[in-house]
Design a protein around this ligand. Structure first.
Ligand code: SF4
Length: 362
């Protein structure tokens, strides 16, 4: 094995379908999951890498039965090193003692839990199957196994969600559970979801922006680092895997609906789960030219607290960033939306909620 690269594995099964979900997933079915694992194993054959980060997402990797989860973790664990991040997404209701001990046995060192909210009524509205107690129990079990690197997903802008409900969620995550990493997501109503069909409305953009500001204020006060537009971490607990995406580094994507980026080519695996399980893998490829790579560097870097490293950009793309974007930067500086610090262009923390508007300027 000769190269460190990141790996994303998409596990497209769920025991239950949430009302807002437009990810690539189907209802769990044992036979299909076995065939999925057969295809995945064949895909991994001949991969001459060790992975500095392996991320099992979905769908719900935890929806697999224990013997299937063991097969999956065994086939992947041989591609990691001592220092690799090995992360899995979990739904609390899927977990039992047997599956938990497999995580430890195969070296999982980071877990991301689909919490969304602790308000059991809101969870019901989203058609989530867990409750607050299950999250508490799972986190206690993980810590007993000495898995401390835990992310909690937090959703906001939920239908009729009040400021006090969001504050209560934040308080539990920070004060009761002391989570070292929190990823935040605003609910958006996507086509073909149950919510779209039922014409459920999310909060207005203004209300969502207000809630976003509230989250930032609360977590910064609690000494979390707002290191990416939607992500907060205690020092040292930033997501190594997501940083690969935000730094536009190479990664391999396996499984239906996964995407990857290797040698300047982005690819997308077809999202047909049945075709994948039958061993047919179709991918679309797109070559990313130098102009697009440079543009992506700007867009992705400005999501991060560290911002865009101007000297590195100039060196990598043989350009002069400040000259090429002279007018745009002058306008953004005048409007006090960005700062230039230690040769980095950085979006001001209190302006991150209009990041998309800022990015449009480029
Ligand atoms: S568990 Fe995740 S992937 Fe599965 S339906 Fe819910 S949101 Fe979608």
């Amino acid at each position: 094995m000769n190269k460190a690269i990141a790996l994303y594995v998409h596990v497209p099964f769920c025991r239950n379908i949430c009302f807002y979900c437009d990810f690539c997933k189907v209802f769990y079915q044992e036979e299909a999951a076995n065939r999925y694992l057969d295809t995945l194993e064949r895909e991994l054959e001949g991969k001459n890498y060790w992975f500095k980060s392996i991320y099992l997402g979905g769908g719900s990797p935890s929806s697999l039965k224990a013997y299937q989860l063991e097969r999956l973790l065994r086939m992947l664990s041989k591609y990691k090193s001592e220092s690799s991040s090995f992360c899995i997404e979990l739904n609390p209701e899927d977990m039992d003692d047997e599956k938990l001990s497999l995580l430890k046995q195969y070296g999982i060192n980071r877990v991301s839990i689909g919490i969304q909210t602790f308000d059991d009524k809101l969870l019901e509205k989203l058609n989530r199957q867990h409750n607050k107690q299950m999250v508490f129990k799972l986190i206690e079990d993980l810590r007993n196994l000495e898995i401390f690197d835990i992310n909690g997903d937090l959703m906001y802008a939920l239908p009729n969600q009040k400021r006090t409900q969001l504050l209560a969620d934040l308080k539990i995550m920070v004060e009761d559970l002391k989570l070292p990493h929190i990823s935040t997501y605003a609910l958006s109503i996507e086509k073909n979801t149950y919510f779209a069909v039922k014409k459920v409305s999310a909060l207005s953009d203004d209300e969502a922006a207000e809630q976003y500001a509230l989250i930032g204020e609360y977590l910064r006060k609690a000494n979390y680092e707002h290191y990416e537009v939607s992500n907060f971490a205690r020092k040292g607990y930033e997501s190594k895997h997501n940083l690969v995406y935000w730094h536009a580094e190479e990664y391999i994507g396996l499984g239906p609906g996964a995407s990857g980026y290797e040698k300047g080519v982005r690819y997308q695996v077809s999202s047909s789960v049945s075709a994948y399980c039958a061993g047919k893998i179709t991918k679309s490829h797109e070559e990313i030219g130098l102009d697009e790579q440079a543009y992506e560097r700007i867009i992705l870097s400005l999501r991060l607290k560290e911002g865009l490293d101007i000297e590195k950009y100039n060196q990598d793309f043989q350009r002069d960033f400040l000259k090429d974007y002279e007018k745009v930067i002058a306008k953004l500086l005048k409007d006090q939306l960005v700062v230039i610090k230690r040769k980095h262009l950085i979006v001001k923390e209190d302006k991150l909620f209009i990041l998309n508007r800022i990015l449009c300027e480029f």
